[in-house]
Design a protein around this ligand. Structure first.
Ligand SMILES: [Fe+2]
Ligand SMILES: [Fe+2]
Length: 450
């Protein structure tokens, strides 16, 4: 701060407040730093929580900033309104990630937007000011969800901050141009800092930095997205759904989604950790059990919602599979410590508890397909007499052991996938894209539910 500015600020403070505390604060100036060089906006925006009447926009900043989004229906933003970061009362100034929650949108409607931020100097109390402003010169666009929207999604999973497979997935998505992408968990590994999370979601080390600026994302966390101190509050980078989108009962269910998109209803669930809360290595720091039960009540209500109930196709997404017929695969309910010699791992390869809680509801609703992840091996489980829904397990980040043919024969599902869902001739068509061979691995067709 320049001396001249300080005097002006002090005089204003004295005149405005006259309080002893404030006078004291004003009388003890610290010499603040000059504005840092370099840009304030340091990432492209990411569209989070695709929905019919709202959207989240997140972007990274280099120093303390009061961010905003200008949004309107006109391509030149001549009708734009300005939405500040955070909710009511005070804005959510931050020195790393700006999160803007935009509500009051129309379903299946194209919007244009631009991001911007004021660089803020804050020295305590009323000693705060704007040092400058930056706006991204680029105007982006996106379309909200809705029954009249384009029924077309893509799924990625188990990206684990591995940039080669992630980059391939993003290029495939750019080619397919879906209405939305479901990121089906294990985006992270173990993240201890917000910077690590920013690198994964907002500044990934791939060519297409604006990968989520026009393609909206939904997120079903995986077990790795709960790991590390920073991931205990992943919502600082990957924001929660808007509060008005959930009941007070579901206040803490910030990620579950039930979105109507064309003839499809898309349901997002969180299978949580792959070990029991009682496992001693968790030191009592996890509460996956009650979280899964709370989601059961949410799911029951979501499936009954008019726009969800009337969709011809119901597709659910969650990270850990809800079915597995391999007798060596740990079902995730071996109390207290997930260990039993009959199973090949001491963590869950599938989630029997979640299946018992959620599958009856999905089955009753006529769900055709559950898309899962976690095992790092692509697999398709066809419906049976006892299970009316099909399951697809998405592939992992491994690129087939450096392409060795013998290894691929050993692990036929070991390749990253993009799972595409779309409506063709009034049927739900699923295409599984193999990112190693850049071919369509499998194609499945589903009939409308009753
Ligand atoms: Fe994984
Ligand atoms: Fe996983």
């Amino acid at each position: 701060m320049k001396r001249r500015d300080f005097i002006k600020t002090s005089a204003l403070l004295a005149a405005a407040a006259g309080s002893g505390e404030l006078m004291k604060a004003a009388a003890m100036p610290t010499e603040p730093e000059e504005p840092a060089d370099g840009p304030l906006l340091v990432s492209a925006p990411m569209l989070q929580n695709f929905a019919a009447t709202s959207i989240g926009v997140a972007f990274a900043v280099s120093s303390l900033a009061n961010g905003y989004v200008l949004i309107g229906e006109q391509p030149d933003l001549s009708d734009a309104r300005k939405v500040l970061c955070g909710g009511y009362r005070v804005t959510d100034i931050d020195d790393r990630v700006i999160r803007v929650r935009i509500t009051g949108l129309k379903p299946a409607t194209q919007y244009y937007y631009r991001i911007g931020a004021d660089r803020i100097q804050y020295d305590g109390g009323y000693r705060m000011k704007i040092l400058g402003n930056e706006e991204d010169p680029h105007i982006y666009r996106f379309t909200t969800a809705g029954a009249k929207g384009d029924a077309h999604f893509c799924v990625i999973n188990d990206t684990h901050a591995r940039w080669e497979p992630f980059g391939l997935a993003i290029e495939k998505i750019a080619e397919l141009a879906p209405a939305c992408v479901i990121w089906n968990g294990d985006a992270c590994n173990v993240e201890e800092t917000v910077e690590d999370q920013i690198r994964i979601f907002l500044k990934p080390d791939i060519e297409r930095k604006d990968y989520a600026s026009e393609t909206p994302y939904l997120f079903c966390p995986g077990n790795h997205d709960d790991r590390g101190m920073a991931n205990r509050h992943l919502e600082r980078v990957w924001m929660f759904r808007q509060p008005e989108e959930r009941l007070p009962r579901d206040w803490d269910l910030g990620r579950n989604f039930a979105v109507r998109q064309g003839d499809m209803a898309l349901i997002g669930l969180d299978t949580a950790e792959d070990k029991l809360d009682t496992n001693p290595i968790f030191a009592g720091l996890f509460t996956s059990g009650p979280y899964r039960e709370a989601q059961t009540e949410w799911l029951r209500d979501a499936l009954a919602r008019e726009e969800i109930r009337t969709a011809p196709y119901l597709v659910a997404f969650c990270h850990i599979p809800l079915f597995d017929d391999n007798p060596r695969h740990n079902p995730g309910d071996l109390a207290p410590a997930d260990k039993d010699p009959q199973y090949s791992t001491d963590f869950a390869l599938w989630q029997r508890t979640c299946a018992q809680l959620w599958a009856p509801l999905l089955e009753e609703a006529g769900c055709q397909l559950v898309i899962t992840a976690h095992q790092h091996r692509y697999r398709y489980d066809a419906p049976t007499d006892n299970r009316s829904w099909a399951q697809i397990v998405g592939g992992g980040p491994e690129m087939g052991s450096s392409g060795s043919d013998s290894k691929r024969r050993e692990d036929p599902g070991e390749f990253p996938t993009v799972i595409e869902g779309r409506i063709r001739h009034r049927r739900l068509e699923i295409l599984v894209h193999n990112l190693v061979t850049n071919t369509i691995q499998d194609r499945f067709t589903f009939r409308p539910r009753r």
